[in-house]
Design a protein around this ligand. Sequence first.
Ligand SMILES: Nc1ncnc2c1ncn2[C@@H]1O[C@H](COP(=O)(O)OP(=O)(O)OP(=O)(O)O)[C@@H](O)[C@H]1O
Ligand SMILES: [Mg+2]
Length: 392
Amino acid sequence: MLEWLAIPALAMGAAFIPKKPVSDEVKIQRIFENTNTCIKFGDSLQHPKLRTKKNGDGYVSYFYSVPLGLGESNIQSVLPAIKDGLNKEAEMELDGFLKLTVYETKLSNWTYDDKLIRPGTWEVPVGVSYQGILYHDFDKLPHMLMGGATRFGKTVCLKAIFNTLLLNNPDDAEFYILDMKAGLEFYKFSGLPQVKVACDVYEAAEMLNEIVEQLKGDEKMFRSRGWNNIVDTPIKKRKFVIVDEGAELSPRIIGGSKKKYAEYSQSALSEISRIGGGIGLRLIYCTQYPTKESVSMSVKMNIVSRISFLVPEAIGSKVLLDEYGAEKLPAIPGRAIYKVEKKHFIQVPYINDKMIFQMMGERLDENGKNRTVVNDHRQAGSGEDQTPTTHT
Ligand SMILES: Nc1ncnc2c1ncn2[C@@H]1O[C@H](COP(=O)(O)OP(=O)(O)OP(=O)(O)O)[C@@H](O)[C@H]1O
Ligand SMILES: [Mg+2]
């Protein structure tokens, strides 16, 4: 009798023996199988096959061969299941083979501080990625397209960029800010000698007209001296045209008497993005509505670097990044994808007006211009911080 009782007891005991943890490698393979990430070949199913893996500092990269015929979109679509299944952050790259990098750490909120400033450069910290702080260099890639749903951090990001550029080069940075939300975000900075702010489509058209006139004069000067890129000239000045809410300048969205001003603005922006880079104009174009109507093809085609915050629809990600992904970002303000040659998941540093005024107060004299305090403890390009561009 006792023996009979012992058998179920043993079976129950077996259920409580701790199971060996399943490795990420095995989990990923199961996820490929369970999500049908495969092709059918005869009677067999062929999944991506692990070839090698590499342990890095805080991450592991897995390299898979991919069966011919398994499309990029099929593979990309399994990424959320991998992140959920492993409960870790992961990134994918497809370049003949599949590189899947799984990170031990997660991105979290962080705050801007003036140690991020790199005096004399045009580099700005766009955010922290799994591998450290990423800098965007506006002398290597002059323009930037930014977008995402309302309240996810576009203006905060623009302000972090603006603050860095101004404090990097207070004597040489000039800003033309088209704050199409009635000047509520940037008009407060118009007291600075480096900053001009337009608050509606009429003022925007006037400001852009001024910029285009200057551009034509500069073009002539560059031609006569045989110059083609400001970076190779002794000129230190750079002019930043920042558009916060490009949709308000779209003739396909704006109607009535404003339409012709929007038409002019669009053509000026397209000229700035097309010709401006070489002669020192930098366009940062931001919109809450990433559609064909608000991001004109001619502007987009000339902008290589992109930042997308969460977008409500996958098509928005296509408009901003030329690929899907931003619609699946977690709903966290400041979380974004920064794309130059490849995508980087980032958390943008948080900054507010009070911090900006305080930093500017400490570093600019009463004319708002020359630096009085430079407190940079860190060497440019040191440590993990990097500009992920190879363009020169
Ligand atoms: N990088 C960040 N880190 C932490 N919180 C942030 C960050 N960026 C934005 N937020 C929070 O989200 C709020 C909205 O940000 P922001 O005004 O930049 O959004 P937006 O995308 O410009 O919205 P809208 O399209 O309506 O203008 C901020 O007031 C702040 O509370
Ligand atoms: Mg905004």
